[in-house]
Design a protein around this ligand. Structure first.
Ligand code: GLU
Length: 483
């Protein structure tokens, strides 16, 4: 059912700051963001930090950094649950007064004993309601439990999963306020969703079993129920829940690996959502097209190859001038910079020439490095295969002809290669490869004339000379040369 265009739509992203912003969390944030933008609604950011042992300031910063990098802005907040403790207590006491909650002084030892007893009998280890009808004195150490309605079906129409029904008999009288006065997750979430007037709760389906626990609390508080949408899981390539075992899951690690945020956003949106068979979306298109109707209910499989493909697409389509600041961040140190490294135009040219081959910014930086620093290293495999005695002749002839070239232009370079090719009876590719290895240290690079122009005359000639020397030396594979 399509949602109405309605600026009263209010959604929230509610991370627990117990780690980095991971891919699953980022997708939840993105879907909430897009829905809010699509409908002209409001996105609330709420930090669920009541688990004081596991919540850290570092994680809060990491989550905010991740959202910032992905450019997922919010409209209200961040609200911190630890700043709202009074409010949870107030509403818990209200539920107590109304008979929807009760004090329980069962000790953890007693509860543990009952638990093992139930497990022994093969029964689900639930709270047995011992204190439901006792009136425990407020002076005793106690928790507050919610009085879950008995013999009821809790039904809701999940916007992705469809109608779901749970029997209240499987739900415990859950604790809403712990003995130290802290609210539990299920209670604080409901109080916040009520107070923040959330109309649509969109979250990962790891929360699907919490929803039937939360619905009776909404009702007991006399609050309208939001709509719920539980996003299907993200699997790793082996079809188990995506986790660290599958590689990086933290969004910021993708930044460090040289991904563009637009590529990651575009990748994440397709983990569950589709729009016809379109794969590439601008931000404007995402906002225009996004809805929950086209979020599928089956799990998505994380495909690193596709993410790389998207990243290559975005790098290729970003103007060189915009890539330069990112390239500068990704570039390895320049211990012995070439003079052109000081020229901003050279960087733009490099980015534009090299971006078509780079799958990540890290790769782009590796491609660019030999054109920025004298310390170019030759990949050992390329050296072994290409800088060999039979290529010494090529390098020697080219070196001589290039030295005699008075204007280092594409036309001039083309002429030199044509003449040398003719005299040695070799094709352009056969001439280009040793020169490519000489200049870049690798066998893959842009066109050879571009490489020579980017490196400049002096660097090119010096490197060809060095390669010539190397190609005359026997390759030793690390063994000392035979004496
Ligand atoms: N804080 C919860 C989490 O990070 C999300 C709660 C919710 O969205 O209701 O998993």
């Amino acid at each position: 059912m399509p949602l109405p265009k309605d600026s009263s739509l209010r959604v929230r992203f509610a991370p627990s700051p117990t780690g980095h912003l991971h891919l699953g969390g980022a997708r939840t944030a993105l879907f909430n963001f897009l829905l809010a933008r699509h409908f002209g609604g409001t996105l609330v950011l709420r930090i669920e930090d009541t688990d004081r042992e596991r919540s850290t300031q570092e994680s809060i910063s990491a989550i905010l950094d991740g959202l910032g990098w992905l450019d997922l802005g919010w409209d209200e907040g961040p609200f911190f649950q630890t700043a709202r403790l009074e409010r949870y207590r107030e509403l818990a006491l209200h539920l107590l007064e109304k008979g929807h909650a009760y004090r329980c002084d069962c000790t953890s030892d007693i509860l543990e004993a009952k638990r093992s007893e139930a497990l022994k009998k093969g029964l689900p280890p639930r709270y047995d309601g011992h204190c439901r009808d006792r009136s425990v004195s407020p002076d005793r150490p106690h928790v507050l439990r919610f009085r879950t309605p008995e013999n009821q079906s809790i039904v809701f129409d999940d916007l992705i999963r469809g109608p779901l029904s749970f029997d209240s008999a499987v739900l415990d009288d859950l604790i809403i306020i712990r003995s130290d006065g802290m609210p539990t997750y299920n209670f604080a979430v409901v109080v916040d969703d009520v107070d923040m007037k959330i109309t649509h709760v969109i979250r990962g389906d790891d929360h699907i079993n919490n929803t039937p626990r939360q619905i009776p609390i909404f009702k007991a508080l006399g609050a309208p129920l939001p709509d719920f949408a539980h996003l299907p899981m993200i699997y790793g390539p082996d079809r188990t829940r995506l986790s660290k075992r599958h590689g990086a899951t933290s969004v910021m690690v993708y930044r460090d690996m040289g991904f563009l945020p637009q590529a990651l956003v575009n990748y994440l949106v397709r983990l569950g959502w589709s729009h016809k068979d379109q794969e590439i979306f601008s931000r404007e298109e995402l906002i225009a097209f996004f809805d929950l109707d086209h979020v599928g209910s089956s799990p998505s499989v994380f495909n690193p190859e596709k993410l790389l493909w998207l990243n290559a697409h975005y790098i290729k389509n970003t103007p060189g001038a915009d890539l330069v600041p990112l390239l500068k961040e990704a570039i390895p140190p320049l211990p012995d910079p070439l003079p052109q490294a000081a020229d901003s135009g050279h960087w733009v040219k490099l980015a534009d020439e090299l971006k078509g081959r780079a799958k990540t910014l890290v790769e782009l930086a590796q491609f660019a490095h030999p054109f920025l620093d004298r310390s170019r290293t030759i990949d050992p495999e390329s050296r072994k295969k290409i800088l060999i005695p039979s290529n010494a002749r090529v390098l020697e002839n080219l070196s001589l002809a290039l030295r005699a070239l008075d204007r280092w232009t594409e036309d001039g370079l083309r002429n030199v290669f044509a003449q040398v090719g003719e005299s040695l009876h070799l094709k352009l590719g056969e001439l280009a490869q040793p020169v490519r290895v000489a200049i870049t240290g690798k066998t893959v690079s842009p066109g050879i004339f571009e490489v020579l122009l980017l490196a400049g005359r002096e660097t090119s000639l010096a490197r060809i000379e060095e390669a010539l020397r190397l190609s005359r030396e026997p390759v030793t594979d690390g063994e000392p040369p035979p004496s």
